[in-house]
Design a protein around this ligand. Sequence first.
Ligand code: PLP
Length: 431
Amino acid sequence: MPSSRAALERYDQRLWPVFKPSLVLAGGSGAVVWDVDGREYLDLLGGIAVNAIGHAHPVWVEAVSRQAATLGHVSNLYASAPQIELAGRLLEITGAGPGGRVFFTNSGTEANEAALKAVLRRPAPSGRGHRLAALEGSFHGRTLGALALTAKAAYREPFREFTGEVDFLPFGDLGALEAALRRGGLDALVIEVIQGEAGARPLPPGYLAEARRLTARHGALLWIDEIQTGIGRTGAWTAYLNPDLGGPLTGAPRQVRRVALAELARQADVGARAPRAGGAPDLVTLAKGLGGGFPIGAVVAMNGEVAARLGPGDHGTTFGGGPLAAAAALATLQVIEDEGLMARAAALGAAWREALARVPGVQSARGGGLLIGLVLARANAPAVVQAAQAAGFLINATGPDVIRLAPPLILTTEQAERFAAALPRIIQEAA
Ligand SMILES: *Cc1c(COP(=O)(O)O)cnc(C)c1O
């Protein structure tokens, strides 16, 4: 009996039955992984958009090993140099404004929890509770606050006793967004520029900039969940900065609400910044690709008003932003920059999508950069995933008729072509 089959039996006897793993992986290098039986696979899922620089990248291994041998954990009663440096890098790459600040977590859902606290910490207009809006098809995490923002009823409903009420607006519908804002009292709109769990579904052209304009006009925060799309995946540091995806959203919003403006005026250099069309989001959450495989998340309060909402005692974490995680993230950002991986994700992603869209049985290939959704002509995505695995490719079904690809950004052209060449046969075998 192959050792993976025996290991999976033990898995079933020992772990909660919430996942159904199909392989026991033992090692990896670049975009290739192998299982305990020694079979190799091309990893086109990248740990769900996590392994941005591939497996066991030497720069990452060196940085993590060195930090582990120096100082692994300190709690947040003490600071560390990697943490402070990483916060500076995140403020830079997100385009945060004056007064912007970072909070570190260990995962995406925790980053969203922290962002949610920043929304809730400012009292709602008298007599009314807080109101948040998210989009149909959204995924924002599994802990109870983030779960409240997750559209999928099957995930949320069993736990509704402890999740708040959120308005789920029709996807990509600006009229519905404006109507929700006009009703008044909306504290924040949470969006993904490309909905990852909905099968790499991008917002329609124009939605992003208009959502920024409308939320600013009506005094609601714009919170962009870049947990899956961020850290170079779409060809820019974040998807809202990507011109191909309706960006860039940068600078101060054209119309900030009065209270925000008053707070911002207290920040020393705000007057020097000319407001630009668009305007940066107010909150940005990051995780997945950030640590290159090491668990880390972050929420960036993009301006002083939002950053000042949480004070001493309002939030905390024992592990978040520890030196080991910060060193892993700094190495990941460095490799992305040094190896030109954002330009690579944009160029390879565009060419690959074109090639994949021509494969018989693929209706369309959507997404941005190396976050790709293949919409199949038939609702047999799980069977396609199985056939792909048998052929040596790891991919993932986000729904009955959509395949998601989120490979390491170091994927070679040859590897991408190899999958495109194999896909017709894989789809045939799944039929
Ligand atoms: C994965 C994901 C999350 C949750 O992140 P975890 O690290 O799994 O908690 C939240 N939002 C988006 C958009 C995601 O893709």
